[in-house]
Design a protein around this ligand. Sequence first.
Ligand code: AQP
Length: 334
Amino acid sequence: MSGQKRIFSGIKSTGIPTLGNYLGAMKNWAEMQEENDCIYCVVDLHAITIRLEPEDFRRQTRLVYALLLACGLTPDRCLLYLQSHVHQHAELSWMLNCYTMFGELSRMTQFKDKSRKNPDNINAGLFDYPVLMAADILLFDTDLVPVGQDQKQHVELARDIAERFNGIYGDVFTVPQPFIPRVGAKINSLIDPSRKMDKSDPNPAAYIALTDGRDVILSKFKKAVTDSDPHVRFDPVNKPGVSNLMAIYALTGGKSLEEVEREFDGKGYGAFKLAVGESVDAALAPIRLKAAEFCSDPDTLDRMMADAAERAAALAEPCMSRVRQAIGFIEKRR
Ligand code: AQP
């Protein structure tokens, strides 16, 4: 990347963020804010495609916000707000619905996966989720969207919608690019390494929540699924469990995969899993402590959210106004 880019990304408050969210997204967000113009959002409107208890939802949303602050996002270096506080997201989303095809949304892999997992609640919001995500991104003239591999298809749809709209009305939207990390783009479940680590997984042994304590972390890694060949070798096809643990160890310890292979040459899985657990705990301990501090003062958190939302709404309005004008809505006089 060269020069300052406008970056936008979001995270749902459907549960406690996992190690997958951290390595695939949150950690990179903190690094990117140093050299770019970054806007980050807790996408709470996206979260309600699944049923959440109101009190749990409120607590989780504050916790996700606090965890992002604890990962190093700071109000003087980036904008961090709640999606539901900025009305332009919902407004643009409705308009973009009218420029998105039913067939395009039917092809989204995440919609198919989540429909299979929740056959009793295949709501219209789940189907329409990628359009709201396109609105999130396009509202801010975003250049780059840092996401894990699972969200690449949605960013590509946002590009298609932007190009279609621009094709009709001229250059209204900046066409964004996905930015996917080379390692860590997909951290997998500790129990079924063929699947992505998800924060809404019904089995807590499958993921490391960012609030898990040291003992829980060590015990989850001890039980992590590996294979019967005792070599620590990176081979995602034949050794998906071990390769997943290697990626986690490399990313949390700042090592290359080759270094990890050399370090555990001739050592068994027991020593390897313990080292992965230790390394993850060392990376997450300061984050969970700081997040707990932020959560102990919800008033300050809510004030930070409100300040950021005001700035985000002001930044979103020029694009929203261009869209209203392009389509032909009558601008409200002030
Ligand atoms: N396992 C993962 N590995 C790497 N990156 C991941 N991300 C999510 N899981 C992994 C990235 O984290 C960012 C925020 O994701 P999200 O919470 O908005 O939605 P998601 O992708 O649906 O994440 P989850 O954890 O799987 O949530 P649930 O279980 O609620 O659906 C995104 O950039 C995502 O790519």
